[in-house]
Design a protein around this ligand. Structure first.
Ligand SMILES: [Zn+2]
Length: 211
């Protein structure tokens, strides 16, 4: 029984490194892999997965129009293929996650997805929500906050290094960067021990009541 896997993390947890390492492990055993990553712009059809420690590999790209099942099946019909690895899996939609489940169930090929669980506002990405719902195997890739606790949240920073509170879930080609924080420091908007940001007057995390 081939499985659908979801390895999730906050930013900077080295998930691309893990993906490339998993792909390498297959190749080392004489098996073939197919890698996907999200389209970061619409000009190129060739993607690349790169890790911070220098590993990289070419990858096919997916966007909202990609039928993951048909694309993978066509590839499997044309060459030996043993496993599929998907980076930036948070950008899949629910339908595409089901297509990947069909790859595991109907083509008998394991599919390993790597992605972020939540966006900078603490909301699940669509792909991550679907994967958390239906993946066979769910694993957290751990990273730590500056305080040493487990980082489970992502903050978006503007060009001055200040936390961004609002905006689109996905900013293609933006100048913003991201950092990983524990829930405590994420909700208090603290990027370091000396970062005494006053508690905002409007709650950010808790839903605002109707009253
Ligand atoms: Zn912390």
């Amino acid at each position: 029984m081939a499985k659908l896997y979801f390895n999730y993390s906050s930013m900077n947890a080295g998930k691309s490194t893990l993906l490339l390492q998993a792909s390498y492990n297959y190749q080392e055993r004489g098996m073939s892999t197919l890698l996907f990553t999200a389209a970061l712009d619409d000009r190129t059809k060739i993607g690349e997965i790169a890790s911070r420690i220098g590993l990289k590999s070419d990858a096919m790209i997916f966007d909202e129009a990609t039928d993951m099942f048909q694309t993978i099946k066509a590839e499997k019909d044309s060459r030996p293929l043993d496993a599929v690895l998907v980076d930036e899996a948070q950008f899949l939609d629910e339908k595409q996650v089901w297509q990947l489940a069909h790859v595991a169930d109907r083509l008998g090929m394991p599919v390993m997805c790597y992605g972020l669980r939540t966006d900078f506002q603490g909301k699940l990405f669509p792909g991550s929500a679907a994967l958390l719902a239906i993946a066979d195997n769910i694993r957290e890739v751990r990273t730590i906050c500056w305080c040493g606790r487990k980082a489970t949240m992502v903050a978006r920073l503007d060009e001055n290094g200040r936390i961004v509170e609002e905006g689109d879930q996905v900013v293609i080609g933006g100048e913003d960067t991201y950092t990983s924080l524990c829930r405590n420091h994420w909700s208090r908007r603290m990027l370091g021990p000396d970062d005494c940001v006053p508690t905002p007057s409007v709650p950010i995390v808790e839903p605002v009541g109707e009253s």
